[in-house]
Design a protein around this ligand. Structure first.
Ligand code: NDP
Length: 454
């Protein structure tokens, strides 16, 4: 399989895809290794994973270059992601012991009752390419600390990063029969669905997630899905500082070239601040440095996948045909690589694909609304339910609106952020189950109830 650099289309390297026999052997190996891993204490497993964190830190520069080469993520954003993902280890260090410990529920009387938390066994981690450290850590670190063994399928667009995870986990002391990777396209991922595994933890698109959930349903094992979104942001008329709100909203929409599951994907602005907001927003977007992702000052690099360029072109054409106004961008760049100019469309509406379908690129639609009721009804008009944001000086008014939305995460005066302290979950077509927080620790164990009579 070729690893292509999206900045210039060059072949970075070639790697071998796994075949069915290799996948079977790897799973068998993990099945054998898991019981001994679980026999270690949580503290011992945690100490090994913390060592992995130190190795990642020590190799930061090399790892960031690899991530940038295979995904096109601007180098500074690769560094930010790798550094930032370490907060998962900080969270586990502070919380894993507490949430994985057995609990004595009844300690008096003839029959004592207790809950113990046992690992699921061998679990699959099928992952996405856009933030491989964040979304990978959310699953494999939490699964490992709970005593599971893990078969990790990186996206074909983040295979080299997956290889590095394996190398550094092994070097840190995770046994080779406790963490393994399989490499290849979705067809290789498909082999995992046919295997006898104890849990499926998927990060990726709605279509693939739904397919995976359907395929593995008869196994009756846990399935978690972290899927896409069409996340709305609403600027109320009383916003503190229109310029600052525009800068924050633009960053939420364009960071990582808009290729974030929780990127701001559609913006609604109260009519009284609409023109001012759009002006500041466009000014900010025009200031973004577009170019070679290896340059640390680049903010917008190439898209990771070539076909996405065509999807964005179609969204622009569709919006313009239906009456949108193009404020900037709207075209692919005439240079090597998969570049699309940062694009802002105003005067949009919900007849347009750009306001309905996940764009996953550097493009945003801004729609004018007359009041909170109209904003709420538009924010609700989606099959997704990942995040939603409101910018307002009035916390009560913002929360009144956010409380009415069926989404996993809400933001007041901020957006596009993930924290290990609170659950990360999508509703509706954005997913099933939670990672992070204590819920994300408990996601990788199954309870056993003890009734103990002396
Ligand atoms: P895809 O759904 O295309 O792929 C996700 C993973 O599934 C990849 O490893 C892919 O392999 C694999 N895969 C594809 N087909 C199969 C199959 N039949 N059986 C098993 N595995 C398969 O998603 P992307 O990688 O393109 O990720 C982008 C999407 O992920 C966006 O929709 C984004 O919003 C969402 N996402 C959600 C997050 C969240 O936390 N909610 C976080 C990050 C991203 P391969 O790549 O080799 O085809």
């Amino acid at each position: 399989m070729q690893v292509i650099n999206p900045a210039n289309g060059a072949i970075v390297t070639e790697i071998l895809s796994d075949n069915a026999e290799q996948v079977r052997e790897k799973i068998e190996k993990l099945r054998k290794g898991q019981p001994a891993w679980f026999e270690l204490s949580v503290e011992e497993r945690l100490a090994i994973l913390l060592k992995f964190g130190k190795l990642v830190e020590a190799n930061l520069d090399e790892l960031a270059v690899i991530l940038t080469q295979e995904t096109g993520k601007p180098l500074q954003q690769s560094i930010n992601e790798i550094r930032g993902a370490n907060n998962r280890l900080v969270h586990l260090e502070a919380n894993a012991l507490k949430w994985l410990a057995s609990e004595d529920m009844v300690t008096e009387g003839a029959t004592k009752e207790r809950i113990a938390y046992e690992p699921l066994g061998v679990v699959a981690n099928i992952s996405a390419w856009n933030f491989p450290y964040n979304v990978g850590y959310n699953v494999f670190l939490y699964a490992l600390v709970a005593g599971n063994s893990v078969i990790y399928k990186p996206s074909e667009f983040a295979s080299l990063t997956g290889m590095k995870f394996r190398e550094l986990l092994w070097r840190a002391g995770v046994p080779e029969n406790v963490f393994e990777c399989i490499f290849g396209t979705g067809e290789v991922g498909q082999l995992l669905l046919e295997a006898d595994l104890d849990g499926y933890f998927f990060t990726g698109s709605y279509n693939t997630g739904k397919y995976i959930a359907t395929q593995v349903a008869p196994k009756l094992v846990p399935v978690q899905l972290e899927l896409g979104g069409k996340d709305p942001l609403y600027i109320m008329d009383d916003v503190f500082d229109v310029k600052q709100a525009a800068i924050n909203a633009a960053e939420g929409a364009f960071y990582n070239n808009g290729q974030s599951c929780c990127a701001v994907e559609r913006i609604y602005v109260h009519e009284s601040v609409y023109d001012e907001f759009v002006n500041y927003f466009v000014e900010e977007v025009k200031s973004y440095k577009v170019g070679d992702p290896m340059n640390k000052t680049t903010f917008i690099g190439p898209l990771t996948r070539q076909p996405q360029v065509g999807i964005l072109e179609e969204q622009v054409q569709d919006a313009l045909l239906k009456g949108a106004e193009l404020k900037c961008g709207g075209y692919s760049l005439d240079r090597e690589g998969y570049y699309f100019a940062p694009t802002v469309l105003s005067a949009v509406n919900h007849q347009m694909e750009v306001m309905k379908e996940e764009s996953f690129g550097p493009i945003i639609g801004i729609q004018k609304v007359a009041n909170d009721e109209e904003a709420l009804s538009l924010m609700k008009d989606t099959t997704y339910g990942l995040t939603a944001a409101v910018f307002s000086a009035n916390k009560g008014r913002a929360l009144d609106l956010l409380d009415q939305l069926s989404v996993g995460t809400v933001y007041w005066n901020c957006c596009d952020r993930v924290s290990p302290n609170v659950p990360w979950s999508g509703r509706k077509n954005s997913g099933l189950g939670s990672t992070l927080s204590y819920q994300g620790i408990r996601a990788f164990v199954q309870p056993k109830a003890y009734h103990l009579r002396d």
